[in-house]
Design a protein around this ligand. Structure first.
Ligand SMILES: *Cc1c(COP(=O)(O)O)cnc(C)c1O
Length: 389
């Protein structure tokens, strides 16, 4: 048999590689501490699970769901956006539930990208933006994020001939992996750029509820004119510790939402209904779990940043997201640093280059690690050879 070229073009999925190495070590009986994956260690809140359990007993939820989700879920999403960001959306035209936001992020390329078309993608960035583009036959042009530009793409630096060819612009704040945040002023610039070059904006915002020190992230859709040019992807994964249940949403421009709905209705049959009902319970129920989780993450952030700074790593204390983005000592590539750290201490961190070439010189550490494991990991890091003078 002959596989399609696109399979050969796929980069190894970073986390699959890392999981394989961890599994190998654990099979040998070694104790591995992992800061690698952004997957909340805290369980889904009990009231959400209770609704899910109850919903599984109802035979109505045993059948095919609708591709565009339960009307009540679309309504609950619209209400949540209204309550959280003061924005009103038509639940039947501007809201679409997704099988986890990753699914929609991957598929929306099929709505915009024909072979040879260009998508502008942040570098470093969540790998699905580029892979979705590649699957559709498109070309990725990276927009570098770095310390000089506060990890915000400098849209004025995009050459006009490239901007004219581009059909999609990907953005993601609070950002994975850099933990950077964006204000409305930046989103306003993105809207103006999109209007000038007639491109669509996809803002990926799964970390809008994971924030510290009283900071409240804004929505891209709060920028005036945003819904004329773009959508926002969102997820219950990080807000409500629901990564395993696979449910997210896209909200905003009706033409974009409709195009994605048409693609999806040809590929999937929606989200299991019991999970949709659990999501409604999450969105409409008590929201105190968010602040509680953030208190835990903030405490871990403080410990992590304190130790990394003491070791001389370049770190800014993040105001949001589940990550700490740290500059590594000179003389190492990200890949060498992470490989040696794993080999010599059984501590796993992700190399910045796993998210794109501009991640060189950085590592990412996740806050989704229980406190005792975090302390064990920090202890090993602090006593590791490169940090002994
Ligand atoms: C976790 C994450 C997602 C995906 O979330 P799901 O809804 O679980 O698919 C999307 N984008 C970024 C940047 C993420 O970190």
């Amino acid at each position: 048999m002959r596989l399609a070229k696109r399979i050969g073009k796929l980069p190894p999925y970073l986390f699959v590689e890392i999981s394989r190495k961890i599994a190998e070590k654990r099979a040998k009986g070694q104790d591995v501490v992992s800061f690698a994956i952004g997957d909340p260690d805290i369980p889904t809140p009990a009231h959400i699970i209770a609704r899910l359990q109850e919903a599984t007993l109802d035979p109505a939820n045993h059948r095919y769901p609708e591709s565009d989700g339960l009307p009540e879920l679309r309504q609950a999403i619209a209400e949540w956006y209204e309550k959280r960001f003061g924005l009103a959306f038509d639940p039947n035209k501007e809201v679409l539930p997704l099988i986890g936001s990753k699914e929609g992020i991957g598929h929306i390329a099929l709505c915009f990208i024909d072979p040879g078309d260009v998508a502008l993608v942040p570098d470093p960035g969540y790998p699905v933006y580029s892979v979705g583009t590649m699957f559709a036959g498109g070309e990725v042009i990276f927009l570098p994020l770095n310390e000089q530009n506060d990890f915000l793409p400098d849209l004025e630096q995009v050459p006009p001939e490239i901007a004219q060819r581009a059909k999609l612009l990907w953005l993601n704040y609070p950002n994975n992996p850099t933990a950077a945040i964006a204000g409305l002023d930046f989103f306003e610039k993105a809207v103006a750029f999109a209007k000038k070059y007639d491109l669509a904006v996809c803002h990926d915002g799964p970390y809008s509820e994971v924030a510290f020190d009283g900071y409240q992230p804004v929505s891209f859709l709060q920028a005036p004119g945003a819904r004329e040019v773009g959508v926002e992807f969102h997820s219950l994964s990080k807000s409500y510790n629901m990564t395993g249940w696979r449910i997210g949403m896209v909200v905003g421009n009706a033409t974009m939402v409709d195009a994605l709905m048409r693609v999806k209705s040809n590929l999937d049959s929606g989200i299991p209904q019991a999970i949709q009902l659990a999501a409604i319970a999450a969105l409409r129920g008590p929201q105190d779990c968010i602040a509680e989780h953030n208190t835990t993450y903030q405490r871990r952030r403080d410990r992590l940043v304190e130790v990394l700074q003491k070791l001389g790593l370049r770190v800014n204390k993040p105001l949001a997201s589940l990550y700490v983005w740290a500059g590594i000592p000179q003389g190492y590539t990200s890949a060498d640093f992470t490989a040696q750290l794993l080999e010599e201490t059984n501590v796993v961190v992700t190399p910045g280059t796993g998210y794109g070439p501009s991640g060189e010189g950085y590592i990412r550490l996740s806050l989704t690690i229980p406190d005792d494991r975090l302390e064990e990991g920090l202890k090993r890091l602090a006593s590791w050879r490169p940090f002994q003078k």
